[in-house]
Design a protein around this ligand. Sequence first.
Ligand SMILES: [Zn+2]
Ligand SMILES: [Zn+2]
Length: 346
Amino acid sequence: MQIIEGIYQLLTPFPQFTTEDAKALRRDLEEHPRVTKGLPYVLPYMIKSGGDTILVDCGWNTDSAYLALEEGMKEHGSHPTEIQKLVVTHVHPDHYGMAGRLKQLSSCEIVLHEKDAEVITARYFAPRGLTDDMSKFMEHNGVPALASPGMSMGSMGMLANVSPVPADTQVKGSETFKVGDFDFEIIWTPGHSPGHICLYEPNRKILLTGDHVLPTITPNVSIHTQTHGSPLGDYMRSLEILEDLDVEIVLPAHEFHIKDLKKRLREIEHHHELRLDEMVTCVDSGGSTAWEVAGRVKWATGSLADFEPWMQRAAVGETLAHMEYLFETGRVAKVVRGKHLYWLPV
Ligand SMILES: [Zn+2]
Ligand SMILES: [Zn+2]
């Protein structure tokens, strides 16, 4: 789909969806914007101008995703072999999964933020230690042993659909680069991922938001074995960075167009404020683990005990991100007793 001349929105399906189903849903959402369940597709963007061709994000490394990308590029007179640069908004498999395959085809330059580039080896090339770390991490946060084995396996199954490749260029944010007539600026927006970046074109007032700002979904902001500091604090600050930008076209990596960026930023901030208030009330006066807090808060998808193991893991990670932010802002305290980390009211 042409957004404006030179910027094209492509679509690659998630492994469990067909390209046809994903495309039909995309078209339907264009006419009837609404909340949908799950993520059926990723929206890569091709920027083609003045003889330059770059791609922003790609998709999972499946044959159907590759064919969908090839078909999408062909519709706009291009082909994956012509990609000169692949800018990855963050290293999650739905955005980065096909990077190695595209690199082989086109020898394109792979561009990533340094904070995400540094986890490629631990996450994709040599991921063995991760499950051990994860079980210790789960125990530390009060997850009972019975629930833990399935949870610590986490997302190891997805590795089959990732073709990893190291970054050629690592950015820090605020770098600029040209694609024909377009001048892009890289904006570092950590939170959903430590090295998440958005791309801003100030002359055309276009913002590519990756997973940082999506129309109906609030992106998962989570603490796990590879996070440091306060991801939710980072995320809230990264929302503020976008508030002052002059933007007319907002292009997210999932769902559909965002009409009003400022309104959406306020909605997401409000969502987290309510969530933070709720989590404070779920902390016992004697202290609670993240697992206990996660068992008390309301989840849109049901109760923690009924979740699949990977969803329980995501729920504990999300709870922790909120607890850490509450700690950072002086609303809770924390203490380690024996093997467990407890959160306390202040
Ligand atoms: Zn993501
Ligand atoms: Zn995503």
